[in-house]
Design a protein. Structure first.
Length: 210
């Protein structure tokens, strides 16, 4: 671990975390027919780029830096519950993707990593919302399950119970979010990595290789 934290690697983690944090400033937008309290942003693209370049630990640290920057600059409006959810789901996306990709550094390996990570993150999002996040919202912020269902019904009248809330809300939202971020990452990864190699004067990736 001591050898992992080189100056270049720490700098890159901080840089990517700052960019991801800044992306959370940009206007977020809801996805049609999805729960209105779930908003889409592209910070996950930066996180997964970091994970592909720096490995699982580096990707995880980019997530943490992003959340710290968000809390420092914007604070929290959800008693830290939203930030906790963001960390849990983001880590469940970047860590599996990095592990798989770093075992298979090919185009097919990247596709496999992104697809499996998207599915895993969606599963973790569903479970964590069911057993932790929604109950915390209910307890600390006075949101009942019925209130959440009512909010979703405003954009999707088919949602009439908790099961449909997850089936037609949480699951498709995360599949769309991480699916889109995966597609963007796949398109820009090679070019982005080349730019980072040039910036850090390290075409062999030795300074920050996991």
């Amino acid at each position: 671990m001591k050898g992992y934290f080189t100056t270049k690697r720490i700098t890159l983690i901080g840089l990517l975390g700052a960019i991801a944090g800044l992306l959370m400033y940009f206007p977020k937008f809801p996805i049609p027919f999805m729960p209105p309290f779930m908003e889409f942003d592209f910070s996950s693209v930066i996180e997964i780029l970091g994970a592909f370049i720096l490995g699982p630990l580096g990707g995880a640290l980019v997530v943490i830096v992003k959340i710290i920057i968000k809390l420092i600059t914007q604070g929290t409006s959800t008693m830290f519950i939203g930030e906790l959810s963001n960390v849990i789901i983001s880590l469940s996306f970047v860590i599996p993707a990095a592990i798989i990709y770093h075992k298979h550094r090919t185009k097919d390996g990247a596709i496999k990593a992104l697809i499996q990570a998207t599915l895993f993150a969606t599963f973790i999002a569903t479970v964590s919302n069911l057993v932790l996040i929604f109950p915390l919202y209910a307890f600390y912020m006075g949101f009942s399950t019925e209130a959440l269902i009512g909010m979703v019904q405003s954009v999707n009248p088919l949602v009439t119970n908790k099961f449909l809330l997850y089936l037609s809300g949480v699951v498709p939202f995360n599949l769309i979010k991480y699916g889109v971020c995966s597609a963007v990452t796949f398109i820009i990864y090679k070019r982005t990595k080349k730019i980072i190699d040039q910036l850090f004067h390290d075409s062999n990736n030795q300074a920050y290789k996991s």
